[in-house]
Design a protein around this ligand. Structure first.
Ligand SMILES: [Zn+2]
Length: 248
């Protein structure tokens, strides 16, 4: 009752006032001495360790344990264990609230731009040097969602990997905005418009196939590949962090 099932060694050595499964130990290690002053509540782990120490191994001494028992009883009498428990459950509630907030942000953003949409966009860029405007807009909406108030991850790991992903998306969207053009020039008004990288340099499109043009085109392709691969890597890291942080 005096210790409220708190372990005298956990408290004495670590300030730990949480409730423990434990046993009554004999401070003088003599099981026949059941004098109240010789008894102390210890957690199972500390009880094992206390009983296994010999006088040579610099283990916890009987005098030390008696002192820890005295301090623990005083703390319990002052109600410190109740205060520690309340602040621990506040911490739990805070952690759960952060997790819930970050999960909601992820779900909202994932509805705007899911993994398969991003991969399809990058695949089309890298295999066909083209994109459909609605796919690019989806990336842009994803990016802008995170600039709105309240839409930031609280978890630092997630915030960091998201920020790398957003930079990669910025770079690739800037590149496509500068170097891609409506192509074919005549497109149906009902279909979302298709954009292609320098059709006049690409001999499969409007290009004449001169070595100079093909050379220039190949340089743009290299830049595009690098930006797309950076985006893939940033997205993979981000999804890995999402998995580690949010899936529990
Ligand atoms: Zn203990």
């Amino acid at each position: 009752m005096e210790s409220a099932r708190r372990c005298a060694l956990c408290f004495g050595l670590k300030g730990d006032l949480s409730r423990k499964a434990g046993q009554i130990a004999h401070i003088d290690r003599d099981a026949s001495n059941a004098d109240e002053a010789n008894l102390v509540y210890l957690c199972l782990e500390d009880h094992d360790e206390y009983d296994s120490k010999t006088s040579q191994s610099k283990g916890i001494t009987a005098a030390e344990l008696t002192e820890y028992k005295k301090r623990l009883n005083a703390a319990i009498a002052d109600g410190e264990h109740a205060v520690q428990q309340a602040s621990a459950s506040n911490d739990d509630a805070r952690a759960a609230a952060i997790l819930g907030h970050d999960k909601r942000i992820f779900q909202t953003s994932d509805q705007i731009l899911g993994e398969s949409s991003l991969i399809e966009f990058l695949d089309q860029l890298q295999t066909d040097d083209s994109y459909i405007i609605t796919d690019a807009r989806r990336l842009d909406r994803f990016r802008r969602m995170f600039t709105e108030t309240g839409n930031q991850y609280i978890n630092q790991e997630l915030a960091t990997s998201l920020s790398s992903l957003l930079s990669a998306l910025d770079a690739i969207l800037r590149f496509t905005a500068l170097n891609f053009f409506v192509y074919p020039r005549q497109q149906s008004a009902e279909e979302p418009r298709r954009f292609c990288m320098y059709p006049e340099l690409n001999c499969d499109r409007d290009g004449s196939g001169t070595p100079e043009d093909m050379n220039r085109y190949a340089k743009f392709q290299l830049q595009l590949d690098e930006l797309a691969n950076n985006t893939r890597e940033a997205y993979e890291r981000y999804r890995m962090d999402v998995k580690n942080v949010l899936v529990q």
